[in-house]
Design a protein around this ligand. Structure first.
Ligand code: BGC
Length: 729
């Protein structure tokens, strides 16, 4: 057998055009085009939908292309390829990174078995604007949550060894600031301060690079006027040089060509030159070659940069073991879920639900002897897969009403046909209200269909679409107890019906086993323990609204109301005892409807925390790795077993720049049997107390002084003062 060449040896034998061919993943070519591309030495292709077709393309690449280089085969396996897990936003609500890891491990196993070796996931864009449809693809409004969930996904996809038959290369996206699109309108401009860029948007990516992510995707937006596909400062100086990312930087689809639309490149050739020179390694969509002719003249690109990009691609192929084994075992290729994957999908899905309200213990449903009516578009709909799935995804197996019927044989469960997500039908509403009056309990299953979130799916309203809010009010009018199950890809505004609604369970889009998982929670087989990863606003006018906002000079104590008019004190203004000139809306209460970290349970908990040591630490000790421990006793004071999420937040009380009012720096979801207690220890170290200054050279610093540490369940906290003393020497 011919000895395998090293990436360096292959590179040395390549022509300029052959090098450019390696630097592209061609946008969804048809099978004839794909074959020709593989023969011509293209670096990467999108998955051709079967293991057999993938093997055929690999064979063409290995046996017929100039240097026999195998292909990267890419596919967005975002929350499952066949077995669909909850959407990433839902996963974040579990506050359990094992949920994300389980999804990623199974995704990698399914995908690699079919020939996919590269996924464009996880998305770790910190998302503070629920109008932006892509909030569903990430882990919510907090940088720490995005960082730890992103890391769990990356480790799950990549495993310990990329060449394993159960590993695929991950891609952290979108680098960087894409979620800051103004007005929440997808692809819109962003304007991001250095503070937020470093402390909010970059943080999860830095963690992803430390976790060894194989690739990073450039985002569609500009940062400080420089589109990311041409942003040398971010792609090369920060990502590659400062952080040491030695994997690939891939473009987003068409992102290189869009440099022309952005008005920074004259044409496709110019765009390619700008992008590659800035540090981009692989183009997605568009083309660096016209036929076999390079669109960028030889000599224009720095040869060392070009070689660096090609080497990154070849080294990833080497790490994936593709040179040794480019093919997959077609007979072992996944084509759908198996029992084990369905059971993992069901268990993780139930962990993502968030109970926001449960007056008079409407939930869980009584085990028998009830007349349960299920209404709303989600009563029978199986649209639970979420935004980022493809046609080969395994459909949701059972609807909510089917699952409840199976789970409650001792009760009578009925569904009423209701209007679709968008239609209005007062007749159907009246019918639902009349049927509700005859029932013991009503489940109102409402929400957004999957297509209302995801890419290019921004909304200007955050209300339920169609006449679903009227339906909730009509059921409330019947006087029968009811619970709303809300299925959504984003936080919604619930203020127009929440006061009339006794119970509210947020069930996102939970994937293939959604119906069963929701039924598990409604019947109490599973006790909900998730918390919100993004604030639910009272009104779209509050957006963006997020818990970790910077301190303002005029925080308000009370919410505004139109009745609270400016005191009539003439031009001299009101007295300082008044809360008038404060940061608030005149026509809205303060704060979100339901805040970040909030979520209830069918049982009740008491938390009691104590620090394990004196709350003073020297800066040099911190720098050397000292961590302060906060131990919490979680007591389950109710009659059901359940999960609580202990959350730890840090506030820097005096700093040289305005810091967030509080920041999540640790959490742990713990199971506590009824009547028992468990100890949870969370720690705080150097990385949790500092921030990036406005001076890039100063880097990340911790300033000595006072900090407040809060430990609690998301609603009530115990507070500790921590003093960081100046270095002893
Ligand atoms: C999206 C990316 C995705 C890519 C490939 C683009 O439109 O922005 O997130 O990975 O398509 O499917």
């Amino acid at each position: 057998m011919k000895p395998l060449s090293t990436p360096e040896q292959i590179l040395a034998a390549m022509t300029y055009a052959e090098k450019l061919a390696q630097l592209q993943i061609v946008w969804r070519p048809d099978s004839t085009e794909a074959g020709a591309l593989a023969r011509n030495g293209a670096g990467a292709l999108f998955w051709p939908a079967t293991a057999k077709a993938t093997n055929a393309l690999q064979r063409t690449a290995v046996e017929e292309s100039p240097h026999g280089i195998p292909l990267l085969i890419g596919l967005d396996v975002v929350h499952g390829q066949f077995t669909i897990f909850p959407t990433p936003l839902a996963q974040a609500a579990s506050f359990d990174t094992e949920v994300a890891a389980a999804d990623a491990r199974l995704s990698a196993r399914e995908a690699r078995s079919t020939g996919v070796n590269w996924t464009f996931s996880p998305m770790i864009d910190v998302s503070r604007d629920p109008r932006w449809g892509r909030v569903v693809e990430g882990f919510g409004e907090d940088p720490y949550l995005n960082a730890v969930f992103g890391e769990a996904k990356i480790r799950g996809y990549q495993g310990d060894d990329l060449s394993s038959s159960t590993s695929i290369a991950a891609c952290a996206k979108h680098f960087v600031g894409y979620s800051a699109a103004e007005g929440g309108r997808d692809y819109n401009s962003t304007d991001i301060s250095v503070q937020r860029l470093r402390n909010i948007y970059l943080e999860p990516f830095k963690v992803a690079v430390t976790a060894g992510v194989a690739s990073v995707m450039a985002s569609f937006n500009a940062v400080s006027g420089v589109p990311m596909h041409a942003n040398r400062e971010m792609l090369t100086d920060v990502l590659k040089n400062e952080w040491g990312h030695n994997g690939i930087v891939v473009a987003d689809a068409g992102g290189v060509g869009e440099l022309v639309e952005h008005g920074v490149a004259a044409n496709a050739s110019d765009a390619g030159r700008l992008a590659l020179s800035a540090g981009l390694d692989v183009e997605m969509g568009g083309s660096l070659l016209s036929g076999n002719e390079p669109i960028i003249r030889e000599g224009v690109l720095d040869p060392a940069r070009l070689d660096d990009a090609v080497l990154r691609v070849l080294r990833l192929k080497q790490a994936l073991g593709l040179f040794e084994n480019p093919y997959v075992d077609e007979s072992a290729a996944a084509t759908g879920p198996d029992e084990a994957s369905l059971s993992a999908a069901r268990a993780t899905a139930a962990r993502c639900t968030v109970l926001l309200k449960n007056h008079a213990a409407v939930l869980p449903l009584k085990p028998r002897g009830q007349r349960v009516l299920v209404v709303g578009p989600y009563a029978e709909s199986k649209d639970h897969l979420g935004a980022w799935v493809q046609y080969f995804a395994s459909p949701t197996t059972t609807s909510i009403v089917e699952s409840l019927t199976a789970a409650l044989p001792g009760s009578v469960v009925t569904a009423l046909p209701s209007a679709t997500f968008f239609d209005s039908d007062p007749g159907l509403q009246a019918e639902a209200a009349a049927a509700a009056a005859e029932a013991d309990l009503v489940i109102v299953a409402v929400g957004e269909p999957s297509t209302l979130s995801g890419e290019a799916s921004s909304r200007s309203s955050l209300n339920l679409p169609g006449d679903q809010e009227e339906l909730i009010r009509a059921i409330a009018g019947s006087g029968t107890p009811f619970a709303v199950v809300l299925l959504t890809g984003r936080p919604l505004v619930v203020s127009e019906w929440i006061d009339q609604c006794p119970a509210l369970l947020v069930a996102w889009h939970l994937g293939t086993e959604a119906g069963k998982a929701i039924s598990d929670v409604l019947t109490g087989t599973v006790n909900p323990g998730g918390k919100l990863p993004m604030s639910f606003p009272r009104s779209v006018g509050q957006v963006p609204i997020y818990y970790n906002h910077e301190s303002t000079g005029r925080p308000a104590r009370t919410g505004g109301s139109l009745a609270h008019q400016r005191p009539d004190v003439g031009l001299t203004g009101p007295t300082n005892t008044d809360d008038y000139f404060k940061s608030k809306y005149l026509d809205l209460e303060l704060g979100p409807q339901f805040g970040f970290g909030y979520g209830l349970s069918y049982t009740s908990f008491e938390l009691e925390s104590s620090p394990d040591q004196a709350l003073s630490v020297a800066l040099d000790g911190l720098r050397a790795g000292t961590r302060l421990c906060f131990t919490t006793i979680v007591r389950n004071t109710g009659t059901r077993d359940g999960d609580e999420v202990v959350q730890l937040y840090v506030s820097d009380l005096l700093a040289s720049v305005t810091r967030p009012v509080r920041q999540l720096r640790g959490f742990h979801r713990v199971f506590v049997p009824a009547g028992e207690e468990r100890r949870v220890t969370l720690t705080v170290g150097f990385d949790d107390l500092g921030f990036w200054t406005n001076d890039a050279h100063a880097g990340y610093i911790v300033e000595p002084g006072e900090f407040r540490i809060r430990v609690g369940d998301g609603l009530s906290f115990q507070e500790f003062r921590l003093t960081v003393t100046p270095p002893s020497s």
